[in-house]
Design a protein around this ligand. Structure first.
Ligand code: ADP
Ligand code: MG
Ligand code: MG
Length: 254
């Protein structure tokens, strides 16, 4: 499903190299966690995959279902099924949440060569999905994320994910300081959306998120590369012993 090979990325306007030959394979239907010390390049990886400005890919590839993402515009990547959950969801004053979601869903359908959803079908779908996620109908009418509580923003993010039906979801929750309730929300949302056709990359500092989202595979990332890959036990090991031993084994001085 997603194959990243030998990915090298630097900052566009500086010499700083951030990703240094990153390899990662995420199979269809699986949940992969990426953990690693601050400054490893975890957020950079998600930004580069989504096509954010400011980074230059100097080598490597990232292929999603046979399509090279790195050659595509951000909108095309979304249409190809990539979804990046923002750590700090953006507020859009003046644009109703429902209108925003309908525009996003239809833009994506158009890019995929599908017909737009009629208002009736869209309403039916969003009401059903909002209900399943315990989102108040009133929240759908409010401007996007404006005045939303932290928990409401998280819910809204999951609703966006549910409506866009992506194949590959990336959640970078690293530094967001989610409280227990918000973490539960994200975990329940992810678990509800797990399916054989959908994969997740969950970027996190903490084992505790992985108590709620059981990953199939855990990767340890440092210095712009994946250093070690294992099962859920790897996250527990890191929680207990920290990263020092793994870094040392790869000749990285922390
Ligand atoms: P992580 O998410 O693992 O903490 P990041 O991807 O945020 O790591 O950052 C990796 C490294 O690249 C850090 O040293 C960070 O300071 C640097 N970096 C990332 N983006 C920028 C930027 N836009 N300008 C300057 N430095 C950056
Ligand atoms: Mg960081
Ligand atoms: Mg980060």
């Amino acid at each position: 499903m997603l194959e990243i090979r030998n990915l090298h990325v630097k900052l566009e306007d500086q010499d700083k190299v951030i990703l240094k030959g990153l390899d990662l394979t995420v199979e269809s239907g699986s949940v992969h966690a990426i953990m690693g010390p601050n400054g490893s390049g975890k957020s950079t990886l998600s930004y580069v995959l989504s096509g954010r400005d400011g980074y230059e890919v100097t080598d490597g590839s990232a292929v999603l279902d046979g399509q090279e993402l790195l050659d595509m515009e951000p909108e095309a990547r979304a249409a190809a099924g990539l979804f990046l959950a923002f750590q700090y969801p953006v507020e859009i004053p003046g644009v109703g949440n429902m209108t925003f979601l309908r525009t996003a869903v239809n833009a994506q359908r158009k890019a995929r060569g599908e017909e737009e959803l009629s208002s009736t079908d869209f309403l039916k779908e969003i009401r059903a999905k909002a209900k399943a996620l315990k989102i108040d109908a009133e929240m759908l009418k409010r401007p996007v994320n404006v005045g939303f509580s932290g928990g409401e923003k998280k819910r809204n993010e999951i609703l966006q994910m549910a409506m866009l039906e992506p194949k590959m979801c990336i959640l970078d929750e690293t530094d967001s300081g989610l409280d227990v309730d918000a973490m539960r929300l994200v975990a329940d949302g992810v678990n509800a959306l797990r399916s054989p056709e959908r994969s997740f990359i969950v970027i996190t500092h903490y084992q505790r998120l992985l108590d709620h989202i059981k990953p199939d595979v855990v990767h340890i990332m440092a210095d712009g590369r994946i250093l070690q890959t294992g099962g859920p036990e790897l996250a527990l090991e890191v929680e207990k012993n920290g990263y020092a031993d793994i870094l040392k084994a790869h000749g990285i001085v922390a």
